[in-house]
Design a protein around this ligand. Structure first.
Ligand code: SF4
Length: 348
């Protein structure tokens, strides 16, 4: 089994049978070997430094009804909110003082925060924080609107494809949502010049090992600059409320596979990982992740952005808890980097 790991590290890809073998392997020694290789590769590119991104959840209103998502339109049990530009700027200012040099504006597909409004918000942040990166995670837009966001100063865009298998996509999303459109949005984002992020939930309902292999091949072709891999966690007010959560082990295996395939990619130890296990973030880093995204949203709104049950937003997951995060990272031999942390190409 270790031969597959060695081959992946050297060739940065495997035939499907190699991925299948790794994804179904439950041998602790092999898994530790895989994570160690991924850790070493991440270390070669980033040393022991972990980039931090300040996450600002700008709206929990969404026009969509993804079956797994706690802020889906059909959930009548949450109080909706939208942040004003002034509040977003206050979050950025607070984040800047804490040392953040990337702001991630994340929200549902809320058409009341129109494309004009997003463009304007990005250009205000760009003017006020010229040395910072602006990442958007706001869902699907027509290419011309993505272009406007890019020209206004946004540098990065996160849009998880969730699954490359069309049938599986239809199981996770209502009929009005289109797999084809999601994939074409990702292609547009890449073409426009965004540092583009995609990814999946591990263990989402109906997901099989073959789906994961398709996801790996898709990500290999797309070559995103950022890869977000987190376990599925159910939310009680969704159609998948009774489904089991995804496994931490499987998430970590995928994280290490992606690190070996994409050595210089920006790969977060996700909040979902930290929510599912008290030391989930550290495990993610030890499996090859190099980014964490503490929450910079206003404290009174954080609980309302519950994508899944018990989503972590306090302690080391909070921007004001950076000292806790710093200590946690120190215990595993890592430190926070306050650099902007752009993706950079490097020939191997
Ligand atoms: S996953 Fe995104 S698009 Fe889907 S309902 Fe949630 S916020 Fe909306």
């Amino acid at each position: 089994m270790k031969q597959w790991v060695d081959r992946l590290r050297i060739e940065k890809s495997l035939p499907s049978e190699g991925y299948r073998a790794l994804l179904t392997c439950r041998d602790a020694e092999t898994m530790e070997y895989l994570h160690r290789q991924a850790r070493e590769v991440a270390y070669t590119y980033f040393g022991n430094r972990i980039y931090i991104r300040g996450l600002i959840e700008i709206s929990n209103c969404c026009r969509n009804n993804c079956y797994y998502c706690g802020i889906r339109k059909g959930n009548t049990h949450i109080e909706r909110y939208r942040l004003s530009q002034e509040t977003i700027l206050e979050c950025c200012t607070q984040g800047y003082e804490l040392g953040f040099r990337t702001f991630v504006l994340q929200g549902g597909e809320d058409r009341l925060q129109s494309a004009d409004w997003i463009e304007e918000t990005v250009s205000i942040i760009r003017k006020q924080f010229p040395d910072c990166a602006i990442t958007l995670s706001l869902g699907e837009y027509p290419p011309e609107e993505y272009k406007r966001f890019f020209r206004a100063g946004a540098n990065r865009y996160l849009l998880r494809h969730e699954t490359y298998n069309q049938e599986h996509y239809s199981l996770l999303h209502p009929v009005e949502m289109s797999w084809k459109h999601r994939i074409s949005c990702l292609e547009s984002l890449k073409n426009i010049g965004f540092q583009t992020g995609t990814g999946i939930m591990v263990g989402s309902p109906g997901q099989t090992v073959e789906h994961l292999i398709d996801d790996i091949h898709f990500i290999s072709r797309l070559r995103p600059e950022m890869i977000g891999i987190g376990p599925f966690i159910p939310h009680q007010d969704t159609p998948f409320g009774n489904q089991p959560a995804g496994s931490i082990e499987q998430t970590l295996i995928l994280l290490s596979i992606f690190r070996l395939m994409h050595p210089n990619a920006l790969i977060p130890a996700t909040t979902a990982l930290a929510t599912l296990a008290p030391n989930g973030r550290e495990k993610g880093i030890l499996a090859g992740a190099n980014v964490v995204m503490p929450n910079l949203s206003p404290g009174n709104e954080r609980k309302k952005y519950e994508l899944y049950n018990n989503k972590a937003s306090l302690g080391a997951e909070a921007a004001e808890g950076l000292s806790i995060l710093r200590k946690q990272l120190q215990t595993i031999g890592y430190e926070i980097s306050t650099e902007k942390g752009d993706f950079w190409k490097r020939e191997n």
